[in-house]
Design a protein. Structure first.
Length: 310
């Protein structure tokens, strides 16, 4: 688990524990649930009407992996990105505080790694990283840890981004980021509503910036069929990032693609088309699978990451 990852915006993945509970539309296509609950039965996934589910801490040998990565990074003079947690949520209410304390001890002991803590619960970040456990009292946020939140549509942008920016102002992480994957609707992450709510939380007008934006489409997982993403929804975020100097990373197009992207090759793919979807503006997308739809957006592969000094 984690030595090599197919996730283009990280170099490693690490899971201190496994298990979570669904809290938003992005959770409908949870690959972690499909893998760790439905396929392997390692945990029971939580959901509204079902209960919180179960959590399982990973092995001591797994916890040693980041120590080895840190040693290798020091020798190379590199700063690899570690996505934590791909099969859980660091700021999950159901996780014992002691587990989180152990994780932060590990993060502090591996300064050559850049830890990416992505959560769907950004309202918990400050509380769970400051006052939750006596071991953390007086400890500064680890300078090698970044915080991010999932933003799949405008409703989640309005809800989550202010808490992310509040935590950024309070904790001063390495950087912050948005994971707009799966992107299920158009998102404007710099709206008046978001800024107003952020200033209310901060109590002043010095609003932190968004440091990195990642986008991606949805994929089929278990019994859930992927929903299509209009290419214009990616373009909105790409163009906003370009205009404001924010690094932009496009992970994948998901199961669907458009005829413009496929070009003249679509005749060859016609027998493989499984579904067609149309948006209200008439835009038609065809379902050809995530591997065929690829990562290109308007013919360009976007791989930007925030710059972190070695």
């Amino acid at each position: 688990m984690g030595e090599i990852t197919a996730i283009s915006w990280a170099d490693h993945t690490f899971n201190a524990w496994i298990g979570c509970m669904k809290v938003s539309p992005a959770c409908d296509s949870c690959y972690a649930e499909a893998l760790m609950d439905k396929r392997y039965g390692r945990v029971e996934w939580g959901a509204p009407g079902v209960g919180p589910g179960t959590r399982a801490r990973t092995s001591a040998s797994n916890w040693q992996q980041p120590v080895r990565w840190n040693k290798a990074a020091l020798a190379k003079g590199s700063r690899p990105f570690v996505f934590c947690s791909s099969l859980a949520d660091v700021f999950d209410n159901q996780v014992p505080a002691e587990w989180r304390s152990d994780l932060f001890d590990l993060i502090r002991s591996t300064p050559n790694l850049v830890w990416l803590l992505l959560t769907k619960r950004p309202q918990n970040i400050i509380r769970m990283s400051t006052t939750e456990n006596p071991r953390w009292l007086g400890e500064a946020w680890p300078s090698n840890a970044a915080i991010g939140t999932t933003v799949e549509d405008q409703a989640r942008a309005d809800l989550n981004i202010p808490h992310l920016l509040h935590a950024t102002d309070w904790l001063k992480p390495a950087f912050n980021f948005l994971s707009c994957e799966p992107l299920l609707g158009p998102v404007l992450p710099w709206t008046t509503r978001i800024l107003a709510r952020t200033m209310e939380l901060l109590g002043h007008n010095d609003v932190p910036a968004i440091d990195w934006v990642i986008t991606g489409g949805e994929t089929d997982q278990g019994g859930h069929n992927a929903r299509p993403t209009h290419p214009d929804w990616y373009r909105i975020l790409r163009n906003l990032c370009a205009a404001t100097g924010v690094p932009y990373h496009h992970k994948q197009n998901g199961e669907f693609s458009d005829f413009d992207h496929i070009g003249t090759a679509w005749n060859d793919l016609l027998p493989k088309i499984r579904e067609q979807q149309k948006f209200i503006d008439g835009k038609a997308l065809i379902k050809i699978g995530k591997h065929r739809s690829g990562r290109l957006l308007d013919g360009v592969e976007h791989n930007a990451r925030p710059q972190v000094a070695a």
